[in-house]
Design a protein around this ligand. Structure first.
Ligand SMILES: *Cc1c(COP(=O)(O)O)cnc(C)c1O
Length: 347
């Protein structure tokens, strides 16, 4: 179905899919084989397929953009290829040679380029996915693997666009622990997070903030975003200690922020300290980062039945500056001094 390109609000996030997808299979005898771009349609799986029972699934999230001068662009796609491979190995699935991954992205996106929306805050969301499809019920890795890529024209992730969101700080359930799979993009992580997300929504908050599994004291991340706390000219974010996802947007923000003159500190953040700083105004801004949202301002934290406002629920100047700088690079409007932009071709 043709998405409502005229109405970005109706476009939403991940509701429409393009006509074609990329698919390839793997087994030990043949390696990666049967690569093809084919019509988007349902798969047929054996009801005993491994990923349906034991969640042998990993994925990626990327975006393609059209620049004002008609180039089709992606942001650091090789980093997603590498992360997909790290995720795959952790879940006993084969790596994809980077050239195969990049060619699949390029061939499919260029094939579907007329689907890329071009209004402000829109893009083509790209979802590479790898699953174990062999049918059996014993617990072991699947020997038959399917990799596919689907594409979705999207508007802003949150329906009110670039506006501060409210976050519920979860103090009972946890998302991840060191040694687990919280540092890879495994679908199972999201399955385990749904209940907390639903309860936060019921209470009127857009997202859940997770604390560490052991002490429920240190900030980890938010839904599908890494988090940054802003203290004047200083940015503080939790370190990559094995239980949070190493976000590519997080990495880009750290790099850019240093060059824009901000100090960046990666250290454990005690939730009580952060909330006290929100109350006494030392914490000047807060935002989340992720491919889907790019940068999302945070205006409110809710913890143990108490609300803590940040920057009077307004978009702060550091958040705005980093957002503008980043999307200008992503849409090809600013000089790409970090070599982050990858051109797939022309419209
Ligand atoms: C994908 C994801 C992020 C953000 O990573 P990006 O590479 O910036 O898109 C953060 N946290 C979780 C749990 C994720 O799955």
């Amino acid at each position: 179905m043709r998405p409502p390109y005229e109405d970005v609000g109706k476009l939403g996030f991940g509701q429409y899919f393009t006509d074609f997808m990329f698919v390839m299979k793997y087994n030990e005898e043949k390696g990666w084989h049967d690569k093809k771009i084919k019509k988007y349609e349902p798969f047929a799986f054996d009801p005993a397929a491994c990923m349906l029972h034991y969640s042998q699934e990993v994925f990626e999230g990327q975006k393609a953009y059209v620049s004002e001068d008609g180039r089709v662009l992606m942001f650091r796609p090789q980093d997603n290829a590498r992360r997909m491979n790290r995720s795959a190995v952790r879940m006993c699935m084969p790596e994809i040679p980077e050239d195969i991954y990049m060619k699949a992205l390029k061939d499919l996106i260029m094939h579907e380029k007329q689907w890329i929306p071009q209004a402000p805050m829109t893009s083509l969301y790209v979802r590479p996915t790898m699953i174990g499809v062999e049918p059996f019920l014993g617990v072991k890795p699947s020997r038959e693997i399917l990799f596919y890529i689907i594409l979705s024209p999207v508007g802003p992730y949150y329906k009110n666009g670039f506006n501060p969101i409210g976050i519920y700080v979860e103090d009972v359930m946890v998302r991840s622990m060191p040694g687990g799979v919280g540092d890879i993009k495994a679908g199972g992580n999201y399955g385990a997070s749904l209940l907390a997300g639903l309860e936060a929504k019921k209470k009127g908050f857009e997202q859940v903030m997770w604390l560490d599994a052991k002490e429920h004291k240190y900030v980890e991340e938010v839904g599908s975003m890494n988090v940054f706390f802003v203290y004047g000219d200083k940015l503080v974010t939790p370190p990559l200690d094995g239980s949070i996802l190493p976000g590519i947007t997080r990495d880009a923000v750290i790099t850019m922020a240093s060059d824009l003159g901000y100090e960046v500190e990666e250290r454990p953040i005690n939730i009580d300290e952060a909330l006290r700083d929100a109350e006494n105004g030392k914490l000047t801004e807060m935002f989340g980062t992720g491919t889907a949202v790019v940068i999302s301002p945070v205006g409110l934290l809710f913890y143990k039945n108490k609300e803590y406002q940040i920057n009077e629920k307004k978009v702060g100047k550091v958040t705005q500056r980093l957002y503008d700088a980043l999307v200008d690079i992503q849409y090809g409007r600013a000089e790409d001094r970090y070599n982050w932009v990858y051109e797939l071709g022309k419209m």
